[in-house]
Design a protein around this ligand. Structure first.
Ligand code: F6R
Length: 264
């Protein structure tokens, strides 16, 4: 696991965007796994800037989002489809038909089949080359709440009380937050060829330390990333503040810069 500690949110966003840019240049038809929430907004802003100012070309890029609230249609302002359109897709030259966000309006009796098809689509596209992740206050990745199997697949889940509380900031009132979501599973996420986990702010410090340095446990689903061979964690100083091996991560990152290689 590479752990990169930067000064602030802006640097975290730039560092993440740089990795996406390198991939899009190297493989113009790459498959990106995308997250929503507050964390990746700066990274998406930076990608938009790279598109507008440096002609970064997304015309062949394919994307799959991690999750969607169950019950919200894509034109609902709090839906993740809407979030992606507004915060990224409408601002770059990606083909809308190449962007995939789970459909929150699938009838209950079609969900199993739909989730299987979502996974099939990822496979047909060649698998996810680079997955971008945030981490929830309860340690979730995607909406894989504590207790999710570490080999779980795309499915319908019930949201944890803490997630509902955390995400109520985007809704008028807490009662409006959907109680269910469709999410890629931990097993699905671990199949990505490479993964970036972003976290910023002191509120994430404790859970980041548990995820990176604690035991691998279904109680903190982000800890499953320890099992993946190519994960880069990009943290601002606040989110890194409870790491025990901080000095080593800083040393290792300085060392890899000298040899111009990623050391996982
Ligand atoms: C969003 C997602 C979630 C968020 C996490 C952190 O698509 O899958 O796991 O990444 O809840 O959210 P923020 O960034 O709002 O703190």
């Amino acid at each position: 696991m590479r752990v990169i500690i930067v000064k602030n949110y802006e640097e975290m966003s730039k560092e993440g965007a740089k990795m996406v840019k390198e991939l899009v240049i190297k493989k113009p038809n790459c498959v990106l796994g995308l997250a929503t929430g507050s964390t990746p907004i700066g990274l998406y802003k930076e990608l938009i800037r790279m598109h507008k100012e440096e002609n970064l070309d997304f015309s062949q890029v394919i994307t799959f989002n991690l999750d969607e609230y169950y019950g919200l249609s894509g034109d609902h302002p709090q839906s993740y489809r809407y979030f992606m359109d507004v915060n990224l897709f409408n601002e770059i030259n990606i083909k809308k038909e190449n962007t995939h966000v789970p459909d929150g309006k699938i009838p209950l009796d079609k969900i199993e089949e739909y989730c299987r098809e979502y996974e099939e689509m990822i496979k047909k596209a060649g698998g996810i080359d680079l997955q971008i992740l945030g981490i929830g206050g309860d340690g979730h990745i995607g909406f894989n709440e504590p207790g999710s199997s570490l080999s779980s697949r795309t499915r319908l889940v019930a949201l944890d009380e803490q997630t509902i509380r955390d995400n109520s900031r985007f809704f008028e009132k807490i009662e409006d937050v959907p109680r269910f979501a469709l999410t890629m599973g931990v097993g699905t996420i671990l199949e990505a060829k490479e993964i970036i986990l972003l976290a910023n702010g002191v509120k994430k410090a404790e859970v980041v330390a548990k995820a990176i340095e604690g035991p691998v446990t279904s109680q903190i689903t982000a800890s499953a990333l320890q099992l993946h061979p190519k994960v880069t964690v990009i943290l601002d100083e606040e989110a890194a503040s409870q790491l025990r091996r901080k000095e080593y991560y800083i040393f290792a990152h300085e060392a890899e810069k000298k040899i111009n290689l990623k050391l996982f």
